[in-house]
Design a protein around this ligand. Structure first.
Ligand SMILES: CC(C)(COP(=O)(O)OP(=O)(O)OC[C@H]1O[C@@H](n2cnc3c(N)ncnc32)[C@H](O)[C@@H]1OP(=O)(O)O)[C@@H](O)C(=O)NCCC(=O)NCCS
Length: 198
């Protein structure tokens, strides 16, 4: 009887206010409009944008939040980068996170947090070692991002050091990493076949 009641309750429970989903090509227009509203048109001048320009996000690591009608109300993407070089002189593979944005009409409902957790969980599952970002430490510290992990790294353009943060998904991944963060993801113009071969 209890099991029947539980499944009846599940049947009539209201749909969640939002869901986290993988981004699809059909989301691009509404996603860009959301970013313009949330961050202004100047968002394209940021140092992080230099790394993202002309590249595609890391495989499986572009997420949107949708409302009950399926509209995009939040977005986050991660990008393949090299975070300088290791002590042995080898490129340190990592991810750059951003932009993260939530529609202002839906702020404070946990959507930003849900997007961050989905993105970080998937990045870890896929075997990535570290995630970098430029953003408000007061917001990102709750997810484990701190500036001490990036002290020997620089972005390719102006950035505030106290906003340049990183999270290690694999302990010690960024130890010794030094130098400039550069894009290493597939280029937008590359046909899928050559992207796979690269
Ligand atoms: C930052 C942002 C993604 C948060 O999304 P959200 O869905 O409102 O976030 P959540 O509901 O998961 O978390 C809300 C909490 O984060 C806090 N928060 C939001 N922005 C913050 C900031 N810049 N600094 C510190 N705390 C912040 C809120 O005060 C709230 O705190 P509480 O849980 O103690 O009440 C959203 O406000 C946004 O898109 N802002 C504009 C774009 C932007 O600045 N993006 C990059 C962030 S540096």
């Amino acid at each position: 009887m209890a099991a029947v009641l539980t499944s009846m309750r599940a049947l009539f429970a209201p749909a969640p206010a939002f869901v986290i989903d993988h981004e699809t090509p059909a989301d691009v227009v509404s996603r860009e409009a959301l970013l313009d509203r949330a961050m202004g048109k100047d968002r394209r001048k940021k140092s992080s944008e230099k790394i993202r320009r002309g590249r595609i996000p890391a495989q499986g690591l572009a997420f949107v939040a949708r409302d009950r009608a399926g509209h995009v109300i939040g977005t986050v993407r991660l990008w393949n980068v090299e975070a300088g070089v290791s002590r042995e002189g080898k490129p340190v593979e990592a991810l750059l996170l951003g932009p993260l944005a939530v529609d202002s009409a839906h702020e404070g409902k946990g959507i930003g947090g849900a997007l961050m957790r989905a993105a970080l969980t998937e990045a870890k599952t896929r075997g990535h070692g570290a995630v970098l970002l430029v953003g408000d430490a007061a917001y990102y510290e709750r997810f484990g991002f701190f500036a001490d992990k990036t002290q020997h790294l620089v972005m390719p353009g102006p950035f505030a050091r106290d906003r340049f943060l990183a999270l290690e998904l694999v302990s010690g991944w960024l130890e010794g990493a030094a130098g400039m963060v550069v894009a290493s993801g597939s280029k937008l113009s590359q046909p899928a076949a050559s992207r796979r071969a690269a």
